[in-house]
Design a binder for this molecule. Structure first.
Ligand SMILES: NC(=O)c1ccc[n+]([C@@H]2O[C@H](COP(=O)([O-])OP(=O)(O)OC[C@H]3O[C@@H](n4cnc5c(N)ncnc54)[C@H](O)[C@@H]3O)[C@@H](O)[C@H]2O)c1
Length: 253
């Protein structure tokens, strides 16, 4: 199958970046993984190799597919190494200044018609695109943790995003086995807006002394049917990641 983007760059090799790299490689794209911490890239490549080996052991992938995925995944030593990418997805720290600086640099490296996308959880896509020379090729592409298991991705057009860019990202999401959802460029988009009723309300319940962490987790997991309670989810996401998202959505409203 011809993939929508034959070469995909992923900037940020943390929890999200490595998951996006995994499903992009599984979809048949050559993937270039970049991080300011080279050891994060090496760790991610080693972890993904082990992950594919486990999928082989479980019979979910065959040996040929695993070997091909490993071959398609490459470490990028610098942003310059992303020059031939048709799509670059950014999954770095949730800070507007850092993301804007990264895309400004990337614009000078990739082809003028390459697509640039952000995995931001909460920042305005339009705000990240402001200052770009070609904001029409920029969109939000919001995955969830863990990426290979959470099979939904929000596709977010900024004010100037070309409709064809969102169509391309939508088609590629399906090639990666995900369900694309069009979301507006509003604080938290759909899922993290709705999620305010989960994590932040749970924090409020603790703050008001109604119940403790474990009790709230247990009720929402065992009685309401969520896979993880709100505090288990915050542990999985990491408070260093969750907190800036909460602040960002709060301030935008
Ligand atoms: N963790 C989640 O549940 C989740 C879900 C959806 C979206 N997000 C979003 O994805 C992004 C990344 O989150 P994460 O959980 O993977 O974070 P993480 O802390 O696990 O990884 C971030 C990585 O980015 C690297 N980095 C920082 N600045 C960089 C730069 N300028 N260039 C290249 N690499 C850089 C760091 O070294 C680190 O390895 C954030 O915008 C976050 O809001 C996170």
């Amino acid at each position: 199958m011809q993939t929508q983007y034959n070469t995909v760059g992923v900037a940020g090799a943390g929890a999200m970046g490595r998951g996006i790299a995994q499903i992009a490689a599984q979809a048949g794209s050559r993937v270039r993984l970049y991080d300011t911490q080279p050891e994060a890239v090496q760790r991610a490549i080693a972890d993904l190799g082990a992950q594919w080996d486990r999928l082989l052991e479980k019979g979910r992938m065959d040996a040929e597919a695993v070997a091909a995925c490993k071959q398609r995944l490459h470490a990028a030593a610098s942003l310059q190494d992303l020059a031939d990418c048709r799509l670059v997805v950014e999954a770095v720290v949730e800070r507007l200044d850092v993301k804007k600086a990264l895309f400004a640099e990337l614009e000078g490296i990739v082809a003028a018609d390459a697509v640039l996308a952000t995995n931001t959880s909460s920042l305005s896509v339009t705000a990240i695109a402001a200052g770009l020379k070609h904001p029409q090729r920029f969109a939000g592409y919001h995955f969830f943790n863990p990426v290979p298991l959470m099979k939904v991705v929000e596709v977010i057009a900024g004010l100037k995003t070309d409709a064809a860019v969102c169509e391309g990202l939508t088609a590629y999401a399906r090639q990666m086995g995900h369900t694309p959802v069009q979301a507006g460029d509003t604080p938290g988009f759909i899922v993290n807006h709705a999620g305010r009723g989960y994590n932040t309300e749970a924090l409020r319940i603790v703050g008001e002394g109604v119940a403790d962490f474990a009790t709230i987790d247990r009720i929402l997991r065992d009685q309401v049917g969520f896979k993880l309670g709100p505090f288990e989810l915050m542990d999985l996401t990491g408070l260093d990641v969750s907190h800036p998202v909460m602040e960002s959505i709060y301030r935008q409203y």
